[in-house]
Structure formats: C-alpha cells, structure tokens
Design a binder for this molecule. Structure first.
Ligand code: MBD
Ligand code: FE
Length: 250
C-alpha cells in the first residue's frame, strides 16, 4: 500500500462524489457515463482524452518554476526515431504537399544565452489538413516528422509547411462529449518540438501560428503567448519564422 496512492485516489473520488451530490446526478446520467468510459476505451481514445483535457495542468504544475523557454503539452502523436535530417533540413513530405512552405531558424542556448552545439530538435506536426502521419489516413508514414541538430553556434534550421488546425475526431466518444458540452473541438495550428541537449532538461513544446483560428479556444488549453510565432513572407509564396530556445540545466 502506498500512502501517495491512498491520498491521490481518495482525493479524486471525493471530488467526483461531491460533483454527484452538488449536481444531483441521476441514475440515467451515471449509466450514460459508465457507457461513455467503455466507449472511450473501445475507441482507443484514452490517450487523446488525457492529453486534451488533463495534460496541460500537469505540464503547468510540473514546470511552473523552470527557467528557460516555455514548454507545453506533448500530446498523443509523437513517434520516436524520426530521421535525423541533413542539409537542406526539409521535413519529409509529399512532392505535392500543400501548405505554405516555411523555413524555421533560431538558436538553442542555456539560460545565460550561451550557445548549445549539437542540441537535438525532434519535430512533428500535422499537414495542412490537420492530419498527423501514423495516426490518420492521408499522409504517408513519417510525413512531416524529423530531427535536426544545432551547429557550433547553437543554430538550427528546418523547412516545413504551415500546418492546418486540428480537430479531435468528431465521431468518437471524446468528440461527442465535447459537442455535448458545447465546446469547440479545435486546436490552433501548431508545430511540436522536443529540444534536448546533454546536461539540460529536455523541453517539450509547441509553436503556434499567429494567423490560425482557435488560438483563444484551444480544446487542449495548451497555448501560451510566448509560443505564438508570426511567419513572415519572404517572397515566392514562402515564409520564415525565427525562434530561440533556452534550456534549463538538468
Ligand atoms: C494534438 O495535435 C495535440 O497536439 C494534442 C495535445 C492533443 C490532440 C491533438
Ligand atoms: Fe498536435
């Protein structure tokens, strides 16, 4: 028996019990909730549900006192072992990949601004239609997933396309719950990154595109103002974004 488990489980159940009493929950509502739990499991949506509705509070709590750049939630769509890219550092994509072509550049430093050479950036994102490779029909395996390393000045760059906003599946139990509550099911357009370097805390974060809808109504509650970027047109229909990451010591 773990005192931590006793404390946490008791506290969560007490709050559920209080919600039932305060809202006069009926037997019909209890049976519907039980069926909904079953449906979430059958649909394989517990990771989605957790990362959309719970993870942001864990992230804020875990890292509220960390120095360096802001992080945000990991979400359910990271895959390990994305290819390490060489110049010209283009995330793998289809020949006719839609979306505005964009070069992302910047530096990785420690919290005092000293450059970190050979830091790793593990990058993944949805395509222009909001679909993640490996999880949704459409994009081929590995699409818009890759890793790059910083040079001796701590500089990195990669080329991608601006992702589209993402909606949680509307026909599944998580989407049905969201619709029942009258909430928006959308996440604003974002690029995921894990920035890591020897001797530093890995930074799990996202960059949000400032022209996207839903920045103020992210269903996952994961937008932070410091993480919103403005892609600048650089001609020929292409864009550029610059963003620097400062890593906290391990
Ligand atoms: C996403 O793309 C995402 O980043 C999160 C956190 C949850 C659902 C979909
Ligand atoms: Fe995402």
């Amino acid at each position: 028996m773990s005192e931590r488990a006793n404390q946490l489980i008791s506290d969560i159940l007490r709050r559920v019990h209080e919600a039932i009493v305060e809202n006069n929950v009926t037997y019909e509502e209890y049976q519907a909730a039980k069926q909904w739990f079953i449906d979430v499991g059958a649909a394989g949506e517990w990771p989605l549900f957790g990362d959309v509705f719970v993870e942001h509070v864990v992230e804020e709590q875990a890292f509220s006192n960390r120095s360096g750049s802001q992080g945000t939630i990991l979400g359910p769509f990271h895959l390990p072992d994305a290819p390490l890219l060489d110049a010209p550092f283009e995330l793998p994509h289809r020949p006719d990949e839609s979306g505005d072509r964009t070069r992302v550049t910047g530096r990785v430093t420690d919290v005092d601004g000293r450059p970190l050479a050979n830091a790793n950036l593990d990058i993944w994102q949805a395509d222009a239609e909001g679909r993640y490779s490996g999880f949704m029909p459409g994009p081929p395996d590995g699409n818009l997933r890759g890793q790059v390393r910083t040079d001796t000045d701590g500089r990195y760059e990669y080329v991608t396309v601006i992702p589209g906003p993402y909606t949680i599946p509307l026909d599944g139990p998580t989407g049905r719950m969201t619709a029942a509550a009258g909430w928006s099911p959308w996440r604003p357009a974002h690029i995921h990154l894990i920035v890591s370097a020897e001797g530093f805390e890995p930074l799990v974060t996202q960059l949000f595109i400032d022209s996207s809808d839903y920045l103020d109504t992210d269903v996952a509650g994961a937008v932070k103002p410091e993480l919103i970027v403005h892609p600048e047109p650089v001609g020929d229909g292409e864009f550029a974004v610059s963003y620097d990451f400062a890593l906290a010591p391990a």
